[in-house]
Design a protein around this ligand. Structure first.
Ligand SMILES: [Zn+2]
Ligand SMILES: [Zn+2]
Length: 366
């Protein structure tokens, strides 16, 4: 089967033929239909997220089940599936409290994070070198063997490109706002960064009947695009101070702000743009060594809250199921996120589009 492999950080992905094993106990062989091209894959290619190589990236995936291993229940060949990039074990404290995004087993051992749970590889190149699969997935390949626990079976009428995007950016962004506790209609919201995740936070704010929904970015075309996903106001942070402007628009600061990009400067602005008792949520992944310099008196006197939000701030498969149902009843715009479809052999071009800051999402289709 053909796959795009990252052999060395900073280099282009190589399209090569790989051998793939049969699914073992608790595993499923999936025939890939679509894989979104996400900034996290881009970060791995460029070394901002340190993952082992050689590796097949791609963690925003949808496909059709081809074969199931022993002890797999509720999933059969022919099922359409979305994949979670955190495979929940169902047994640990976090899984049992419904927080499968924090599964201890998935994160306990960095050695097996990008291999299957028995610490072995399922894909190999011609030299018989084992190839890692990003978070036990690896969607930039025609087929994958993945843990059954990472799969959500979905209705056939969800298009594969839409299903793929639900696997990462929609669940992270839309889930990251709708799963917050006590967010009320009429709230004011600011979203920093209008990439795939940021657009979904805007869409979530619209679903929750937020009042003023302010999009912040440095690209004018991305701000134009943000209006299609619910933005009521836009700020180009290159031309004006977003904190001052947000305070002006809202008369003192927003109730909720989101850093969908992940940087010290933006996180600081997200906190400073809050009104009293506001909540700043960090959704984007910053550099592992990044810190934020914040005014402590501002936090105390204004009772501000800061939270981190990972993979939709709840159990990913539960959020995904909710989003699939909302898509089928026409309550969420996911089709509009898809900007361009690429073949697997065009994958390096798809990543160049991320460098250029293009709108919406590129999707690899098989
Ligand atoms: Zn992603
Ligand atoms: Zn677990």
């Amino acid at each position: 089967m053909k796959a795009a492999v990252l052999y060395e950080v900073g280099k282009k992905l190589e399209i090569i033929d790989l051998k793939i094993d049969k699914p073992k106990d608790g595993e499923v062989l999936v025939d890939m239909k679509a894989a979104g091209v996400c900034a996290s894959d881009h970060h791995v290619i460029h070394g901002q997220i340190p993952y082992p190589t050689p590796i097949v990236l791609g963690h925003e995936n949808a496909g059709i089940v081809e074969e199931v291993g022993n002890n797999v229940f509720g999933i059969k060949p022919g099922d359409s599936v979305i994949m979670s990039f955190v495979s929940s074990c169902g047994q640990c404290k976090y899984c049992r409290t419904g927080l499968a995004n924090h599964c201890s087993r998935h994160y306990s051992d960095p050695k097996v994070q990008h291999k299957l749970f028995d610490d072995t590889f399922r894909i190999h190149d011609n030299e018989s070198t084992g190839i890692f699969q990003m978070n036990k997935l690896g969607g930039f390949a025609e087929k994958q063997v993945v843990p059954a626990d990472s799969l959500l079976v979905i209705p056939k009428d969800v298009p594969p490109e839409v299903a793929a995007l639900i696997g990462c950016c929609v669940t992270t962004g839309y889930g990251g706002i709708i799963n917050l506790d006590n967010i009320k209609a009429g709230s004011t919201v600011a979203v920093f960064g209008c990439g795939g995740v940021g657009l979904n936070i805007l869409e979530g704010a619209k679903s929750l009947n937020a009042n003023k929904i302010i999009a912040v970015d440095i690209f004018e075309h991305k701000l134009e695009f943000a209006y299609k996903f619910g933005a009521t106001h836009v700020i180009n942070a290159k031309n004006e101070d977003p904190v001052e402007k947000i305070k002006e628009i809202t008369g003192g600061g927003v109730d909720y702000s989101f850093d969908s990009f992940g940087s010290s400067q933006i996180m600081k602005q997200a906190v400073e743009s809050l009104g009293r008792r506001g909540t700043a949520s960090l959704v984007g992944l910053a550099h592992p060594k990044a810190d934020v310099d914040l005014n402590m008196v501002d936090l105390v006197r204004n009772e501000k809250k800061i939270i981190g939000s990972f993979y939709g701030y709840a159990s990913p498969l539960v959020t995904m199921k909710k989003i699939v149902d909302m898509y089928l009843t026409g309550k969420i715009n996911i089709d509009g996120l898809i900007r361009k479809r690429f073949g697997l052999d065009e994958i390096n071009e798809a990543f160049e589009d991320i460098d250029k800051g293009e709108d919406g999402r590129g999707v690899i289709v098989f």
